[in-house]
Design a protein around this ligand. Sequence first.
Ligand code: NAD
Length: 266
Amino acid sequence: MCPGPIAPLRAVSSLRQTGRMDRNLALVTGAARGIGLATTRLMLDRGWTVAMIDRDGPALDAAADGLRDARAFLCDVSDPDQVAAMIDDVRTAFGRIDAVVNNAGVALFGPIEETGFDTWREVMATNLDGPFLVTQAALPALKESRGSVVNIASISGLRASTLRVAYGTSKAAVIQLTKQQAAEFGEFGIRANCICPGPVRTKLAMAVHTQEIVDAYHDAIPLNRYGSEKEIASCIAFLCSDEASYVTGQVLAADGGFEATGVGLP
Ligand code: NAD
């Protein structure tokens, strides 16, 4: 069962007081930190209301505290029942969903021989099942709004490198899921696009990026640096906006030029 919306937030009452429910509603998964939190803040700056989704209740509560026009919903995106209940709660609260940002992700690295089935399933459950389930459950609302979907894949879904059998395979599948969504949803005026971030210094990345990987990225990336959360958020906000009204089924590598070079990684 989905635990439902977490404890009342100041943001909720400010939403009710200002009566601004007519603003466009973006649903952002993995919003408690990293790229998802940066996306939440940028979308709020640009006039959206944001439904912040995460399975980490305390982190989500802390992230949402004080964010005007945002509201937190506790949900594990890999659980179909929790996702269905969460989408119901978001629609009840806001009456609409205009954009779905499937950002929640986990990274567990290891060579094929040492990747247990539990690890494989854990990565697939969040990274692949999550975007499938959330988008499917949000589809009736997206049909009403003629909204859009942005899936967060990775450069690891574009190019194979060692240690990334589960992570890279999950992200390659997200790229294909995006194209399937674009093909099916076009008739409803719904767009679906995908972003492949290069490395960003978030908790997820720095838990698996050894010094060897950090050095290799700096050498391999033409801009010679990691990206920032906000640089990825900018691409997400663009694809959600009407500025991208004729863009669907696309894969945008926001990676400092990494994908263009073909240089390998450890
Ligand atoms: P992060 O670890 O900082 O944040 C991920 C958030 O997702 C966390 O708040 C976590 O609690 C939440 N989450 C994880 N599993 C969940 C689940 N099953 N249900 C609900 N919430 C869940 O990570 P990040 O670096 O900000 O990553 C965001 C996305 O960007 C991920 O999909 C990741 O694969 C992708 N990405 C990141 C990088 C990078 O270098 N940081 C590079 C390429 C792609």
